[in-house]
Design a protein around this ligand. Structure first.
Ligand SMILES: Cc1cc2nc3c(=O)[nH]c(=O)nc-3n(C[C@H](O)[C@H](O)[C@H](O)COP(=O)(O)O)c2cc1C
Ligand SMILES: [Mn+2]
Length: 488
């Protein structure tokens, strides 16, 4: 479906990297890694990423020699902002095109295979341990990303590991971690997330909640920690299922929480029920500042575990496309596609939750029209199903000749096949997020409105509609095979 190249979709499972360093080696072998020396945590790393992410597909940056920090203490940023790096992190062929990666995730979600963790007694993360009075967060680079951020965030691409006090279930969610002082961080968890529910269970018993923050691990941990998986399912086990082998974990010294043996940096501590500290603000994935400086819970850090020369995984949100959401485009598209099929919509050729819409606000569905009304029904469903219904604003339905990942083609379809009199539906009072700047009403911000654009050729005109002035797929393929060197 790609208009500039004709590629055969291939999903060859890759040799899976065991930890972040092995994954970085794979990225370097692909030619998608840049080493950067001398950029500071004071807005410099953040602004470099801000410029880089104007365009998806730029390399990841491994920042070293960061001013005020020991050489070797590094930050990896602009991490999952190319299709090849998302594919690699997912265990797929880095040459796969975007919709093939989406298909790969559809298969992962359909199988939802789980492999329990394997506990080992030692691992690189235990190379260095700071305890009690030795704990000093100021030795680890934590970027101040955007100018109006409230401080330094050591946990952006991180995993927050907690144990349910009743069932023993281990949850690992991605929640941001701000440095407050040498031994204290903030933690921001949206109400109702697994981490929030578990934390409150301890608090109800009058206990502090034990927690381990993994600030640097294989990016697949982040991808699964960043989306809702079912209750009582450990994200570690799902990673093990995708890898086809158990995640190796070591236990943290104070609270025996499992953390990946190859993790870069782990902060272990407790979240007391009765301590609050101002947290944020922080530029969000929608591209806006959404929440003001506000009192939030803190982590009192008891132990820091780290590898020699640890690498902090810095995943910056901000105006999309951004590193916080680009990978989500694939997972989100896979979920919407599968949920639409489960609801009985057939003929779906592709789904793309567009990166410039923060992977949620804009989505395009490509269908082969099978009956009158098909396009509009498909769009209304995509805009309201569980995955597609959250914070969507624009859902576009296009014909099968349009690649939903190709913005130019989607704009062409809207420009030339969409009749605003007939083909536009507005849905009111849908599910928003307080982060959505257009959410209403002003006091609760719980709703938004959205539109479905049917940009398919009108069903009743399909036989008379003008032919597209473009080489046929077969001719393009044949010509590409002979002449592709012209486009290298
Ligand atoms: C990079 C990244 C950062 C995130 N930051 C936060 C955050 O600070 N607070 C939050 O509540 N959710 C955040 N999320 C979303 C949660 O990770 C997501 O809701 C996930 O489902 C939480 O895990 P859980 O389902 O186990 O609670 C972030 C997601 C990503 C990918
Ligand atoms: Mn969870």
């Amino acid at each position: 479906m790609n208009s500039t190249q004709v590629k055969e979709p291939t999903l060859i499972p890759q040799e899976v990297a065991g930890d972040l360093r092995e994954w970085i080696d794979q990225v370097e072998a692909l030619g998608e890694l840049r080493h950067v020396e001398g950029a500071s945590c004071d807005l410099e790393i953040g602004t470099i990423v801000d410029i880089a992410i104007e365009k998806v597909g730029r390399p990841a940056f491994l920042f070293d020699e960061i001013p005020n920090f020991a050489a070797g203490r590094r930050v990896l940023a602009n991490v999952l902002t190319s299709p090849a790096r998302v594919a690699l992190a997912s265990g797929m062929d880095p040459k796969a095109d975007q919709l093939s990666i989406v298909q790969g995730w559809r298969e992962i979600f359909a199988r939802m295979k789980q492999e329990p963790v394997r506990e080992v007694s030692d691992g690189p993360v235990l190379q260095n341990v700071q305890s009690g009075n030795q704990v000093d967060l100021s030795g680890f680079p934590a970027p101040h990303w955007h100018e109006k951020d409230g401080g330094y965030f050591i946990g952006t691409g991180c995993l927050v590991v907690m144990r349910d006090p009743d069932s023993g279930w281990i949850n690992t969610g991605a929640y941001r971690i701000q440095v407050h002082d040498e031994r204290t961080t903030g933690i921001l968890i949206t109400r109702g997330r697994h981490g929030d529910v578990i934390m409150r269970k301890y608090w109800e018993k009058g206990e502090a909640c034990p927690v381990a923050v993994v600030a640097g691990g294989h990016p697949l941990f982040l991808m699964l920690g960043g989306i809702p998986i079912g209750d009582e399912i450990s994200e570690y086990d799902v990673v093990g299922g995708i890898w086809g082998r158990s995640v190796e974990v070591v236990k943290t010294p104070a609270h025996s929480l499992p953390v990946p043996a190859g993790a870069e940096l782990v902060l272990e501590g407790v979240i007391p029920h009765d301590v609050r500290h101002p947290e944020g603000p922080f530029g969000e994935w929608t591209g806006y500042y959404a929440t003001p400086l506000k009192d939030e819970p803190v982590i009192q850090v008891e132990n820091i575990l780290h590898r020699d020369d640890p690498i902090n995984l810095g995943v910056m949100p901000g105006m999309p496309p951004n590193d916080n959401t680009y990978f989500l485009s694939y997972l989100q598209s896979a979920l919407v596609w599968s949920q639409m099929e489960a609801a009985g919509i057939s003929g779906i050729q592709g789904v793309w939750a567009h990166e410039a819409g923060g992977s949620r606000m804009w989505q395009t569905i490509s269908i082969r029209q099978l009956h009158p009304g098909h396009a509009k029904q498909a769009g209304a469903l995509a805009a309201t199903c569980r995955a597609g219904g959250y914070v969507n604003r624009v859902t576009v339905v296009v014909d099968e000749d349009i690649d939903p990942t190709n913005t130019d083609e989607v704009i062409w379809a809207i420009s030339s096949r969409f009749d605003p009199r007939e083909d536009l539906e507005v849905l009111r009072k849908c599910q928003a997020s307080p982060l959505d700047p257009m959410a209403y009403p002003e006091d609760t911000k719980c709703y938004n409105s959205r539109m479905v654009i049917d940009a398919c050729i009108p069903w009743e005109r399909r036989d008379q509609f003008p032919d597209a002035a473009r080489a046929s797929k077969d001719l393009r393929k044949k010509t590409w095979e002979k002449w592709h060197h012209l486009f290298d």
